[in-house]
Structures are given as structure tokens and as C-alpha cells.
Design a protein around this ligand. Structure first.
Ligand code: FAD
Length: 317
């Protein structure tokens, strides 16, 4: 079932989660453990992230360094199929531009279609860690909107090979990312919203936001989107703080602000188990206010820490 049908078919706020594929060499058990613990809240859907390749340098003879390409978290498509058929929950694989040619994207979409997966979250992806800025593949896509066009083309039966005959259209529901505090590369919120609107005009049916810790930021973002003519559902993304180190890590990686009150509470905490409680309480308050505002879904970035999400879901659903 499509994410948009889950949203339109329910009057109450639902839960969804995002999981990361395990590191290469690990088993799928960590994903099952996360889902086993959260399945009682009937997640509407489960997003599975996609992680592009990274460059690592390994020392070889004579102190020389050899550049190697590694993909540390493969398995997105397989995990989606496992979730769909083990739990009957709709998976949402993330599709990214980075590291993918158009041909590889087409083949991935064909695999997903054959597996009966109805949804994709269409993203540009982050730059390779060792590169400062995002570089598209020469035969790939530069922006999420271009990748989205390929998905929508396939939904209309248009594949890359113009000579193909009797092509079957796919039927994916595509979501995209939005940034309540602006995407870090964008020169202004107005410019960022212009491109967000472009994604919706090109066929995105809903938006999932970057995580945020101040609900007012989300409410203002939704208002700005509506004023800009972006009318699709906007799903808030949430991640409870769980360690003191995250006071620096979260703003650095996600380009978001932490409210003074939350920072002060975390700074006063004696240890990380106190921080975890503070993070859970903060997130519970966010959730209660968001549910009151009738948001369609609360989307939790679990990042391998399902316990906090469980405690929050138990309290608010
Ligand atoms: P885009 O929509 O392409 O936007 C990127 C920047 O370019 C923005 O500044 C935008 O304003 C601008 N822009 C957009 N379109 C155009 C255009 N046509 N011309 C000029 N400028 C334009 N990363 C991963 O690697 N894997 C994941 O699984 C993943 N999942 C995510 C899930 C969510 C919900 C979110 C919010 C982010 C996720 N990311 C993931 C991170 C994301 O890939 C990065 O934030 C990335 O830097 C931007 O992706 P985007 O899809 O928003 O890109």
C-alpha cells in the first residue's frame, strides 16, 4: 500500500520509523529486533536508508596508500523485501542520486516493482565523506527532482530505452525530503522552498522533514510551504537526543539548531542515562503537541536505538 493511502485512509496520527541497513558483515537481526519492539504500534511504513560508497585508504607495501571503494551498509532492497514479507508492513526504500547511473536506478526500480514494493523516498544523497560537495555521476542525476522524474517516467511506462516495446508502467508513490531549517547548501529558505515546490510539482506525493527539536520551526515551515503552494502532507521527522556528545554531533551532521532549554538540560545531566531520559521527555512533549496539531504521521529516525522510540510511542500512542 502507498504511503499516501496510509495517510489519506487514517484520521489519527500514525507512527513510522526509519532504519539503517546493518554494517556489512552483520546480520539482519538488529532490524528485526527494532521491528519486533515497535510492531505493537502498527507502523504505517518503515523507511530503509540507502548508503552510498565511501573511499578508504589502506596502507600497502612501502608505506604507500591504496584508495579503495567500500559500501559499508549495503542491503536496502533485500531488507525492504524482508520487512514486507515477514511483517506485512510497507517498506519505503530510499533511492539516491549519488553513486547511481540512470541505468542502475532503472534496474533498482524494476527489482522493487517485482518485489511488490509500492513506495520510494527520492533523495539526492550526501556527498562522499572525503569530498566536500556533492558530485553527480556523469550518467546519473544531479538533484532529487531529476531522479524523481525518472520514477514518474517509469510510472508512465517510459523506460530509458526508447525502442522498448510493451513496457509495463510501475506504480510507485514517491516522497521527498524537506528542511524546516533550510537545506544547508541553499542560499535562502525562499530558494529552498522553490526547489521543494518543484519536487512536488514533478510528482512527489508527500514530504518527510529533516529532524527538528523545536515544533515552532516545523509549524512555521508548514505555513511557508502552504503559502508557497506546496499542499502535500508534511511528515515531521523526530530523533530523541540520547548522549551528551550529540549536542555537537546533531547540529554538525544534520544542520539543525537545538533549543537553549534542551541544551541546558542536557548540559546539567550527570551521565548519558540522564541525557537519554531528558531526550525522551523532550520528544514526548514534541509528539503530544504534533498529535494535537493533527500531523499525519510521526516519523522516528531510530538509528539503531529503538528503545527510546518505544518509550515515546508507548507514552503518546
Ligand atoms: P535536493 O532536493 O536535490 O536538494 C539539494 C540542494 O539543492 C538543496 O539546497 C536544494 O535547495 C537545491 N536544489 C534542489 N533542486 C535543485 C535544482 N533543480 N537546481 C538547483 N538546486 C536545486 N542521504 C543518504 O545518503 N541516504 C539516505 O537514505 C537519506 N535519507 C534521508 C531521509 C530524509 C527524510 C532526509 C531529510 C534526508 C536524507 N538523506 C539521506 C540526506 C539527503 O540526501 C541530504 O540532505 C542531501 O544533502 C539533500 O538531499 P535532497 O533529496 O533534499 O536533495
Amino acid at each position: 500500500m502507498k504511503v499516501i493511502d496510509h495517510i489519506n485512509g487514517s484520521k489519527r496520527t500514525q507512527l513510522s520509523i526509519e532504519v539503517l541497513p546493518p554494517l556489512k558483515g552483520q546480520t539482519i537481526d538488529s532490524i528485526y529486533a527494532t521491528l519486533d519492539s515497535l510492531v505493537e504500534f502498527q507502523p504505517a511504513f518503515v523507511d530503509v536508508t540507502y548508503h552510498r560508497e565511501e573511499y578508504v585508504f589502506r596502507e600497502v607495501s612501502n608505506g604507500l596508500l591504496e584508495k579503495m571503494v567500500v559500501r559499508k551498509r549495503p542491503g536496502t532492497v533485500g531488507i525492504c523485501a524482508a520487512i514486507k514479507y515477514k511483517y506485512g508492513i510497507d517498506p519505503v526504500p530510499h533511492l539516491i542520486c549519488g553513486g547511481f547511473s540512470k541505468e542502475e536506478t532503472e534496474n533498482a526500480l524494476i527489482d522493487l516493482n517485482f518485489l511488490g514494493i509500492d513506495n520510494v523516498l527520492v533523495l539526492r544523497g550526501d556527498p562522499i565523506k572525503s569530498e566536500g560537495r556533492f558530485k553527480p555521476e556523469s550518467d546519473g542525476h544531479a538533484h532529487a527532482v531529476n531522479l524523481l522524474d525518472q520514477v514518474i517516467d517509469m510510472n508512465q511506462g517510459k523506460y530509458l530505452d526508447p525502442d522498448l516495446k510493451n513496457q509495463n508502467p510501475t506504480n510507485f508513490c514517491a516522497g521527498v525530503a524537506g528542511y524546516p531549517e533550510k537545506h544547508f547548501e541553499s542560499p535562502s529558505m525562499k530558494t529552498d522552498l522553490k526547489y521543494l515546490k518543484m519536487k512536488v510539482d514533478h510528482g512527489a506525493e508527500y514530504i518527510v522533514t529533516q529532524l527538528f527539536y523545536d515544533n515552532q520551526v516545523y509549524f512555521d515551515f508548514v505555513k511557508s510551504c502552504r503559502q508557497a503552494g506546496i499542499m502535500v502532507p508534511i511528515i515531521p521527522g523526530l530523533k530523541p537526543i540520547s548522549t551528551k556528545a550529540q549536542l555537537n554531533i546533531v547540529p554538525h551532521f544534520f544542520h539543525v539548531n537545538l533549543p537553549d532549554e534542551l541544551v541546558e538540560q542536557v548540559e546539567r545531566a550527570k551521565n548519558d542515562s540522564e541525557v537519554r531520559e531528558i531526550g525522551i521527555d523532550w520528544c514526548k512533549q514534541q509528539c503530544r503537541e504534533l498529535i494535537k496539531a493533527e500531523v499525519p504521521v510521526l516519523h522516528f529516525y531510530t538509528m539503531g536505538r529503538a528503545k527510546s522510540t518505544y518509550e515515546i510511542a508507548k507514552a503518546v500512542f
